[in-house]
Design a protein around this ligand. Sequence first.
Ligand SMILES: [Zn+2]
Ligand SMILES: [Zn+2]
Length: 249
Amino acid sequence: MKLIILGSGTAVPLLERNCAGYLLEAGNRKILLDTGAGTIRRLLEVKADLFEIDNIFYTHLHNDHINDLGAIIWSNNYGGIRKRALNIYGPYGLKKYCRALIKKLLKPTKLHFDFIIEELKNSEIKIGNIKIKTQQIKHSPATKSIAYRIEHGNKSLVYTGDTEYCSETIKISRNADVVLTECSFPDSKKVEGHLTPSLAGKIAKQANVKRLVLTHFYPDVLKTGIKKEACKEFKGDIVLAKDKMVLNI
Ligand SMILES: [Zn+2]
Ligand SMILES: [Zn+2]
């Protein structure tokens, strides 16, 4: 599998760190994990074709993770005239969100493609030979959040989205080759519902993962020694995500 970081940033606008978005290539398929604002632009920058992507997975409905969905629907409807279905997956609430987005905001005269929405809890689905497991995790009381474990061949990637330190996130991450998780705030300024470098390290240690990829950095954490804090807990490989970084799994 190949993971391309499209957005290692957050709600804070930063030119070099887009809102959350990741492209995963597994076999001959490309899937998106979250699509915060600017995802379409980053896809162009990494020379990936939006119209070749048939499956998008959302961890939760916070705007820094889903904001480009409207633009993606619009582009597929008028910018490329999609023929194949577009499948999107996410937590409970995604259907209601999409209904409002399409019927009340976008209001296309006609949707030219099948738009299929699936709400997932603790589920297991397959796309070709890619196996995807989901796990509800703790993040925000206002929105449900799910983490994804994607397995292809004998490799596994876990993407947690935004998460609090919790047993559910450790469970889905167990023995994964790569865990891509958030690292929003420094240890000295922990915010409820988010991880710090040492908490992300603790999850990686407790889940016995091989490689920890940290992402979703608010500006304050970027001023600190992220790796130094994380490796106090986790002795394996730690990578700090950057936009357009490519990781082979
Ligand atoms: Zn969030
Ligand atoms: Zn976020």
